[in-house]
Ligand binder design. Structure first.
Ligand SMILES: [Zn+2]
Ligand SMILES: [Zn+2]
Length: 243
């Protein structure tokens, strides 16, 4: 308990609780500023920009990326979004998981028509599984939580999609992807970094991978690849931001 209180005290000292956009007290993102955040349409292939719909990856890019959809709520280029994600990840403001996952939920609902909506509405989410991109152990120890897992829990609760947080394992740490600028080096760094612990749980499922930001997609591609090798039907990536 006292440890928790010290944590809150230190957080308040170094990171006072006020809206990161307008400065309103007692919240890191007030409802008015939340509502002003523009949600992306996701009407293009994430990798090549070809016009598609609802985040679908075009046929050519699908072959190399193993991803069927990439849906992002916002652009990482927006200063507010960058501040929110930094506060969440590096200043350990865990409660931002709620606002950030609400951005994802809003985006899924905006895309919630035709082919995404119909199967779940009829059948429930029985063939979906929502899974966070795993952090390596060292990072998990230093940060104390996996930001993707917190987002996953909120989205899973909201839509009632089953979740598994431990089926994808990170085998070795590698360099943090954020420290590598070059796309090819990022791919190399993350190659064969993951393994699946219970493959029967993903067989014939549509796997929704969640993460805070997608940059080049190298990590998500590597996870999607191993999921497909283990008979996942489709792999989607859903993130708070892209860029
Ligand atoms: Zn505000
Ligand atoms: Zn494409």
């Amino acid at each position: 308990m006292w440890l928790n209180r010290i944590k809150i005290f230190l957080l308040d000292l170094f990171f006072p609780k006020k809206c990161l956009e307008c400065g309103q007290a007692d919240t890191y993102l007030c409802p008015a500023c939340f509502n002003k955040i523009e949600i992306l349409l996701n009407n293009e292939c994430f990798f090549c920009g070809k016009i598609t719909w609802q985040g679908k990856i075009c046929l050519e890019c699908k072959k190399e990326s193993y991803l069927d959809r990439v849906i992002s709520a916002t652009n990482y280029g927006s200063p507010l979004i960058r501040e929110l994600i930094k506060a969440f990840k590096y200043h350990f403001v865990k409660e931002l998981a709620i606002s950030l996952s609400q951005l994802i939920i809003k985006t899924i609902e905006a895309n919630w028509s035709l082919d995404i909506a119909c199967p779940p509405a009829r059948q429930g989410f029985w063939d979906f599984l929502i899974v966070p991109v795993p952090l390596c152990k060292a990072k998990l120890r230093s940060r104390g939580f996996n930001q993707a897992e917190l987002l996953t829990k909120e989205i899973s609760n909201y839509f009632n999609i089953p979740t598994e947080t431990n089926i994808i394992k990170r085998k070795f740490p590698g360099m943090p992807q954020a420290n590598i600028k070059d796309t090819e080096k990022r791919k190399k760094n993350i190659k064969r970094a993951f393994e699946i612990s219970e493959p029967e749980k993903i067989r014939d499922k549509i796997i929704i991978l969640t993460d805070d930001v997608i940059t080049t997609g190298a990590t998500l591609i590597e996870v999607a690849k191993i999921l497909k090798q283990n008979s996942a039907k489709e792999v989607w990536a859903i993130t708070v931001a892209k860029g």
